[in-house]
Design a protein. Structure first.
Length: 229
């Protein structure tokens, strides 16, 4: 009995040591990954990586992680002379295969959400245009145009759609013309615009867009999603 108790104590102690070593390895790997994640064709701000599953060391030994949650803040690209910044993107990556030397990784599948703030959307819009949340799945776009030498400002409620899986399209539902010939066309030249969303990791695709109080919320999914390191 005494020998059995000693054996149990040894097992418990070794188990505790293994757990501590495993968690330390996870922390180190997360820190390393946060500093090495790159997105092709874009600049990024900060990253946060959380590796799920236990034990971690056996996953590494098999060169595949069960799940990795990634948050990237400030993904910025340029398209057609206009910069569009994804304020934040959260993604859950599943079955993440590690390359030899751990220089890159590929996720079998991924789901997530990207958010474009109204401040960033305003910067990407035409000069002199302000974009805000309009409520009820709409955005409010304010633009000022010149009519016979006089500035005329208009607020319009606009619908936001996703075109071809990578273009954010903003279109006014209607423009108050107040009987001024050509006013609607002038306003629409300011308030209606398309902007391409780039800078997503290879394999991720935009699926659905919805205006919320915090910004444009875009659902993303993907297969064989590649993360360069």
């Amino acid at each position: 009995m005494r020998a059995l108790r000693i054996l149990l104590v040894i097992v418990v102690v070794l188990g505790g040591i293994f757990v501590a070593v495993d968690r330390a390895a996870v922390y180190f790997a997360e820190s390393e990954a946060e500093g090495r994640i790159q997105v092709t064709g874009a600049t990024i701000g900060s990253t946060d990586v959380s590796i799920k599953g236990f034990p971690f060391l056996t996953q590494v030994a098999g060169d595949q992680l069960d799940e990795v949650d990634v948050e990237i803040t400030g993904i910025e690209t340029a398209a057609n002379g206009r910069r569009l910044r994804i304020s934040r993107m959260d993604a859950a990556l599943h079955e993440v295969k590690l390359s030899e030397g751990y220089s890159s990784a590929t996720a079998a599948r991924a789901t997530g959400t990207a958010v474009i703030s109204y401040e960033d959307l305003t910067k990407a819009a035409s000069d002199g245009v302000v974009v805000e949340y309009g409520g009820k799945n709409k955005v409010k776009v304010t633009g000022t145009v010149d009519v016979l030498g006089n500035p005329v400002s208009r607020n319009v409620l606009s619908t936001v759609t996703l075109v071809d899986g990578h273009i954010v399209r903003v279109r006014a539902d209607q423009v108050p013309g107040e009987g001024v010939p050509g006013l609607e066309g002038l306003v629409r030249k300011k308030t209606d615009f398309d902007r391409e969303v780039g800078g997503l990791p290879n394999g991720l695709k935009l699926q659905k867009i919805q205006p919320t109080a915090d910004g444009l919320e875009i659902s993303v999914t993907g297969t064989d999603v590649q993360l360069a390191g």
